[in-house]
Design a protein around this ligand. Structure first.
Ligand SMILES: C[S@@+](CC[C@H](N)C(=O)[O-])C[C@H]1O[C@@H](n2cnc3c(N)ncnc32)[C@H](O)[C@@H]1O
Length: 281
């Protein structure tokens, strides 16, 4: 089963994640717009629209279209965040989405987007290369694509480094529909999809001198959702097995151990988040 936004489990986590990455996103957006104004934006995987509005509320942006495959997400976005400037639509980027996207562009008087933005969405796609290549055709002259993603290889800690490595490995064997090594793949993927001028940006965070609440937030952003994803993957597995149940218990226990480590003053954790900015070649 592929991931889609669900308000009960995702709203708070995404809010806290969006707050943590505000400055990073704005640095990339500022770089990409390069002083241009009257810009149109497409936000890929906009969820409930909160991040969309927070990043593109400035007057430099005149029309912002957010798309997501979750009906619940789009309903919430429309109720809470829609306006003449911000429009939200259900669209599955894994499907044959271009005809409907072009129709939405025409309804909103958009010939080509100046900015296409996607935060933490591309690694959920079934074929990111196909989707990102198709998106090229809706980017206007001089337009830019911005993708933010994560990569489990950018997560380090000590002590418990071996536990973390084993946890991430065993998690990836069960949750195979999400590419948690996507960050490192973005430059090549963008090149293969027909983009050029790729610029990578990095946000590195660590636990040094952080409050307990801030360290807990770091744990939640990096690991808080993982057992839920394991359970979702197991619930859709072809058949249940004692091995799978035992694996789930091992992951649950390893997550508990790791969470407790985050409370200790001498525990160090470091995470890198990845941003790519590219233009159509
Ligand atoms: C991790 S959330 C990120 C949401 C938001 N961009 C943010 O950073 O807060 C990923 C979003 O992508 C959406 N999504 C995943 N696969 C999708 C697809 N194939 N088409 C459209 N949306 C998709 C999910 O429903 C979810 O809302």
């Amino acid at each position: 089963m592929r991931y889609r936004y669900t308000p009960t489990t995702d709203k708070e986590r995404l809010k806290s994640q969006a707050d943590s990455y505000y400055k990073f996103d704005m640095a990339a957006i500022t770089e990409a717009i390069g002083g241009r104004t009257k810009l149109t934006v497409l936000d890929l995987g906009c969820a409930n629209g909160e991040l969309t509005v927070s990043r593109f509320e400035s007057a430099a942006f005149t029309k912002v279209v957010g798309v997501d495959r979750s009906d619940e997400a789009v309903d919430e976005a429309r109720k809470s965040n829609a306006s003449d400037k911000f429009r939200f639509y259900t669209l599955d980027l894994d499907g044959d989405f271009l005809p409907r996207l072009r129709q939405l562009m025409s309804e909103n008087g958009i010939e080509g987007f100046d900015i296409v933005f996607g935060a933490m969405t591309a690694h959920h796609l079934s074929d990111p290369l196909r989707t990102i290549a198709a998106i090229r055709s809706v980017i206007g002259e001089g337009g830019k694509l911005i993708l933010r993603s994560s990569d489990d290889g950018g997560k380090l800690c000590h002590p418990c480094g071996e536990l973390l490595a084993e946890l991430l490995y065993r998690y990836s064997k069960i949750v195979s529909t999400i590419d948690r090594h996507f960050g490192r793949k973005m430059p090549k993927l963008l090149y293969d999809a027909g983009y050029g001028g790729v610029k990578m940006m990095y946000k590195v965070t660590d636990t040094c001198n952080k409050s307990t609440a801030s360290k807990q937030n770091m744990y939640d952003i990096g690991f808080g959702y993982r057992l839920q994803e394991v359970d979702a993957a197991i619930s859709t597995a072809a058949s249940s097995s004692p091995e799978l149940a035992a694996e789930r218990e091992w992951i649950s226990s390893a997550l508990d151990t790791l969470r407790r480590e985050f409370d200790k003053p001498d525990f160090w954790y470091c995470n890198t988040t990845y941003m790519a900015i590219a233009e159509v070649r």
